[in-house]
Design a protein around this ligand. Structure first.
Ligand code: CA2
Length: 149
Protein backbone atom coordinates (compact mmCIF):
# COMPACT_ATOMS: atom_id res chain seq x y z
CA UNK A 1 0.00 0.00 0.00
CA UNK A 2 1.18 3.54 -0.77
CA UNK A 3 2.53 5.59 2.14
CA UNK A 4 -0.01 8.00 3.56
CA UNK A 5 0.08 11.77 3.90
CA UNK A 6 -2.52 13.37 6.14
CA UNK A 7 -3.73 16.83 5.09
CA UNK A 8 -5.34 18.39 8.16
CA UNK A 9 -7.28 21.65 8.00
CA UNK A 10 -8.47 23.73 10.92
CA UNK A 11 -11.36 26.04 11.73
CA UNK A 12 -13.26 28.00 9.11
CA UNK A 13 -11.31 26.55 6.19
CA UNK A 14 -14.59 24.89 5.16
CA UNK A 15 -15.58 28.45 4.12
CA UNK A 16 -12.77 28.77 1.57
CA UNK A 17 -13.96 30.18 -1.73
CA UNK A 18 -17.16 31.60 -0.26
CA UNK A 19 -15.82 34.76 1.46
CA UNK A 20 -12.73 36.96 1.73
CA UNK A 21 -11.41 36.18 -1.79
CA UNK A 22 -8.89 39.03 -1.55
CA UNK A 23 -7.15 37.17 1.28
CA UNK A 24 -7.80 33.51 0.49
CA UNK A 25 -8.61 33.41 -3.23
CA UNK A 26 -11.55 31.70 -4.88
CA UNK A 27 -10.58 28.03 -4.58
CA UNK A 28 -12.85 25.98 -2.33
CA UNK A 29 -11.68 23.36 0.16
CA UNK A 30 -12.88 20.73 -2.33
CA UNK A 31 -10.54 22.31 -4.91
CA UNK A 32 -7.69 22.12 -2.40
CA UNK A 33 -8.49 18.45 -1.80
CA UNK A 34 -8.35 17.74 -5.56
CA UNK A 35 -5.00 19.54 -5.80
CA UNK A 36 -3.65 17.46 -2.88
CA UNK A 37 -4.87 14.19 -4.40
CA UNK A 38 -3.19 15.11 -7.72
CA UNK A 39 0.05 15.88 -5.87
CA UNK A 40 -0.34 12.61 -3.94
CA UNK A 41 -0.69 10.69 -7.23
CA UNK A 42 2.46 12.38 -8.60
CA UNK A 43 4.50 11.43 -5.57
CA UNK A 44 3.03 8.00 -4.76
CA UNK A 45 1.15 9.00 -1.60
CA UNK A 46 -2.31 8.06 -0.48
CA UNK A 47 -3.96 11.25 0.82
CA UNK A 48 -6.17 11.40 3.91
CA UNK A 49 -7.87 14.81 3.75
CA UNK A 50 -9.69 16.21 6.81
CA UNK A 51 -11.12 19.48 8.15
CA UNK A 52 -12.57 20.35 11.53
CA UNK A 53 -13.62 23.42 13.46
CA UNK A 54 -12.70 21.66 16.73
CA UNK A 55 -9.20 21.74 18.22
CA UNK A 56 -9.47 18.25 19.76
CA UNK A 57 -10.26 16.68 16.39
CA UNK A 58 -7.02 18.13 15.01
CA UNK A 59 -5.06 16.76 17.99
CA UNK A 60 -6.64 13.30 17.52
CA UNK A 61 -5.86 13.22 13.80
CA UNK A 62 -2.23 14.23 14.41
CA UNK A 63 -1.99 11.38 16.93
CA UNK A 64 -3.66 9.02 14.43
CA UNK A 65 -1.12 9.92 11.74
CA UNK A 66 1.68 9.33 14.24
CA UNK A 67 0.28 5.95 15.36
CA UNK A 68 -0.17 4.82 11.75
CA UNK A 69 3.37 5.80 10.80
CA UNK A 70 2.23 8.21 8.11
CA UNK A 71 4.85 9.58 5.71
CA UNK A 72 3.92 13.10 6.73
CA UNK A 73 1.31 15.65 7.69
CA UNK A 74 0.40 18.85 5.88
CA UNK A 75 -1.16 20.99 8.59
CA UNK A 76 -3.09 24.20 8.11
CA UNK A 77 -4.28 24.66 11.66
CA UNK A 78 -5.80 28.05 10.69
CA UNK A 79 -6.36 30.28 13.75
CA UNK A 80 -5.27 27.51 16.16
CA UNK A 81 -1.77 27.92 14.69
CA UNK A 82 -1.47 31.14 16.66
CA UNK A 83 -2.96 29.93 19.95
CA UNK A 84 -2.70 26.21 20.52
CA UNK A 85 -0.16 24.64 22.85
CA UNK A 86 -2.21 21.43 22.49
CA UNK A 87 -1.42 21.28 18.77
CA UNK A 88 2.24 22.08 19.41
CA UNK A 89 2.41 19.22 21.93
CA UNK A 90 0.67 16.84 19.48
CA UNK A 91 3.11 17.69 16.67
CA UNK A 92 6.11 17.43 19.02
CA UNK A 93 4.93 14.01 20.26
CA UNK A 94 5.08 12.22 16.90
CA UNK A 95 7.95 11.04 14.73
CA UNK A 96 6.15 12.04 11.52
CA UNK A 97 7.34 15.19 9.66
CA UNK A 98 4.79 18.00 9.73
CA UNK A 99 4.75 20.82 7.19
CA UNK A 100 2.78 23.85 8.34
CA UNK A 101 0.93 25.53 5.47
CA UNK A 102 -0.96 28.80 5.20
CA UNK A 103 -2.75 30.05 2.13
CA UNK A 104 -2.12 33.69 2.98
CA UNK A 105 1.18 35.32 3.91
CA UNK A 106 0.61 35.45 7.64
CA UNK A 107 3.73 37.63 8.09
CA UNK A 108 2.19 40.39 5.99
CA UNK A 109 -0.93 40.42 8.19
CA UNK A 110 -1.79 41.33 11.79
CA UNK A 111 0.98 40.82 14.39
CA UNK A 112 -0.91 38.03 16.18
CA UNK A 113 -0.65 35.96 12.98
CA UNK A 114 3.16 36.27 13.00
CA UNK A 115 3.30 33.85 15.94
CA UNK A 116 3.00 30.10 15.33
CA UNK A 117 3.04 27.62 18.19
CA UNK A 118 2.99 24.77 15.65
CA UNK A 119 6.10 26.00 13.79
CA UNK A 120 8.26 25.26 16.84
CA UNK A 121 7.82 21.52 16.19
CA UNK A 122 7.18 21.58 12.43
CA UNK A 123 9.74 20.37 9.91
CA UNK A 124 8.99 23.37 7.68
CA UNK A 125 6.55 26.16 6.96
CA UNK A 126 5.04 27.36 3.66
CA UNK A 127 2.87 30.47 3.53
CA UNK A 128 1.55 33.02 1.08
CA UNK A 129 1.51 30.88 -2.05
CA UNK A 130 -2.21 30.13 -2.03
CA UNK A 131 -3.54 26.57 -2.36
CA UNK A 132 -0.45 25.48 -4.31
CA UNK A 133 1.38 25.64 -0.96
CA UNK A 134 -0.35 22.35 -0.11
CA UNK A 135 1.04 20.68 -3.26
CA UNK A 136 4.50 22.07 -2.53
CA UNK A 137 4.32 20.66 1.00
CA UNK A 138 3.43 17.21 -0.40
CA UNK A 139 6.39 17.46 -2.82
CA UNK A 140 8.57 18.43 0.14
CA UNK A 141 7.44 15.38 2.11
CA UNK A 142 8.30 13.20 -0.91
CA UNK A 143 11.81 14.70 -0.92
CA UNK A 144 12.19 14.05 2.80
CA UNK A 145 11.04 10.44 2.35
CA UNK A 146 13.68 9.86 -0.37
CA UNK A 147 16.45 11.49 1.60
CA UNK A 148 15.25 9.96 4.85
CA UNK A 149 16.03 13.23 6.61
O1 CA2 B 1 -3.75 31.69 5.49
C1 CA2 B 1 -4.14 30.67 6.07
O2 CA2 B 1 -4.20 29.56 5.51
C2 CA2 B 1 -4.64 30.76 7.51
O3 CA2 B 1 -4.25 29.57 8.17
C3 CA2 B 1 -6.14 30.88 7.43
C4 CA2 B 1 -6.79 31.09 8.81
C5 CA2 B 1 -6.12 32.23 9.56
O4 CA2 B 1 -6.65 32.31 10.86
C6 CA2 B 1 -4.62 32.05 9.64
O5 CA2 B 1 -4.06 33.17 10.29
C7 CA2 B 1 -4.02 31.93 8.26
C8 CA2 B 1 -8.27 31.45 8.64
C9 CA2 B 1 -9.05 30.41 7.92
C10 CA2 B 1 -10.40 30.98 7.64
O6 CA2 B 1 -10.70 30.76 6.30
C11 CA2 B 1 -11.71 31.48 5.73
C12 CA2 B 1 -11.85 31.34 4.39
C13 CA2 B 1 -12.81 32.04 3.74
C14 CA2 B 1 -13.65 32.89 4.43
C15 CA2 B 1 -13.50 33.02 5.79
C16 CA2 B 1 -12.52 32.32 6.45
Amino acid sequence: MAPTVYVINGPNLNLLGTREPATYGRATLADVETLCREAGDRHGFEIVFRQSNHEGDLVSWIQEAGAEGAAGIVLNAAAYTHTSVALLDAVAAIAVPVIEVHISNVHAREPFRHVSYVARAAKGVICGLGPQGYALAIAGLAGLAVKGS
